[in-house]
Design a protein around this ligand. Structure first.
Ligand SMILES: Cc1ncc(COP(=O)(O)O)c(C=O)c1O
Length: 376
């Protein structure tokens, strides 16, 4: 009965695609804790303080039943003020929030246009929605406009949604957000921006790359709280009417135990820390500039962000390289399909404000040696 699973795993192994959980070892060039908040004393102290004032660990039920806690509501009030949106809704995970958004708001007859490189959580929603879904080439605003124009030529009334990330998780590049937002307004579309990797890092006070668009009636942004904010969960920022719709219609909001009130308290503290973390953002930027210089010397394209992929092509090559780096004390993971497109297996290097300059230089030197060895 279980042999079919075993065969599937063996097949993955033959293709160098078998995954297994590994412990934490080596210098962290792989987590998304970009500001170093997850292990900060300030965040730990905020959680201890929250426990002391009686915030419960578990919510005990759905938000629509007994699970709604003042910590959730306070977080949502503070988040909407911080990001400059009309309303906020807190979910237990970014994956659930993205899937909820895309499966709840677009409906039969509507169209969702999505960037070809959006995250698996958006694809989860795309698989559930009754709307028509269509991709456009990564960051290609010309193609996006063609698709919007074609849709509007035949559909004056139906809703159209555009789903993008602001800073792409596996490529580290930025979306041309201002141009995309202009198209959204011109073609009467709703823009959904997943800020997962920009939150805390990009924009004024780390408010993300869509900060200048926040408050527009056709903008929905998603800020995950488990990456640069160092806690867990995700906040969806949106017009109040959409928040009310989500509360009434989103199955993963209605039929799930509410996120931990203690984690909500943690996110409240993280938002305050984020607002005063310009020093951490400056340190992170310095590490980015430093790594970019090493990558440039290798003749490879740089992203200028805290996510730097080294695209190697074959899965085996990426795995071998990650293992060689692990032996030298660096924690950098190989990212393979289906997480990234076929033939683009890569090392995904991430930087954090917690890294020392010497650690970044050591990685630069190790990468240079390995790449030279491979070329020889
Ligand atoms: C772009 C993007 N969106 C959403 C998510 C999901 O967020 P979470 O980890 O909070 O579930 C991730 C996390 O990997 C992500 O990279």
């Amino acid at each position: 009965m279980l042999s079919r699973y075993e065969h599937a795993l063996e097949a993955l192994n033959r293709r160098a695609r078998l995954r297994a959980l590994e412990g934490r070892a080596g210098i962290d060039f792989t987590s998304n804790d970009y500001l170093g908040l997850a292990e900060s004393d300030a965040l730990k102290a905020a959680l201890v303080e929250a426990l002391q004032r009686g915030v419960p660990v578990g919510a005990g039920g759905s938000r629509l039943l007994r699970g709604n806690h003042p910590e959730h509501e306070a977080l949502e009030e503070e988040a909407k003020a911080f990001f400059g949106a009309e309303s906020a809704l807190y979910f237990g995970a970014g994956f659930a929030a993205n899937a909820a958004l895309i499966s709840t708001l677009p409906q039969r007859g509507d169209l969702v246009l999505y960037d070809a490189l959006v995250h698996a959580s958006t694809h989860e929603g795309l698989g559930l929605t009754k709307a028509t879904t269509e991709s456009f080439a990564h960051n290609d605003v010309t193609q996006l406009e063609e698709k919007l124009r074609a849709f509007r030529a035949s559909q004056a009334e139906a809703r159209c949604f555009i789903a993008v990330e602001s800073l792409y998780s596996m490529d580290g590049d930025l979306a041309p957000l201002t141009e995309i937002a202009t198209l959204a307004t011109r073609y009467d579309a709703i823009l959904m921006v997943d800020e997962a990797h920009a939150t805390g890092v990009q924009g004024p006070l780390g408010r993300g790359l869509a900060a200048h668009l926040e408050g527009q009636p056709n903008l929905i942004s998603l800020h995950t709280c488990g990456k640069a904010l160092g806690v867990s969960g995700a906040l969806i920022l949106m017009p109040e009417i959409l928040r009310r719709f989500m509360i009434n219609r989103s199955r993963s909001f209605i039929y799930a135990t509410a996120p931990s009130p203690l984690m909500a308290a943690g996110v409240r503290a993280a938002l305050k820390l984020c607002a005063s973390a310009d020093d951490r953002r400056a340190t992170l930027q310095a590490r980015i500039t430093q790594l970019d210089a090493h990558v440039q010397k290798l003749g490879l394209p740089v992203t200028g962000t805290q996510i730097q992929p080294i695209v190697l092509g074959a899965d085996r090559r990426a795995l071998d390289m990650a293992q060689a780096l692990a032996r030298q004390g660096f924690d950098i993971r190989a990212i393979r399909p289906p997480t990234v497109p076929e033939g683009t297996a890569r090392l995904r290097i991430t930087l954090s404000a917690s890294l020392a300059p010497a650690q970044v230089d050591a990685l630069g030197a190790a990468l240079t040696h390995l790449m030279q060895d491979q070329a020889a």
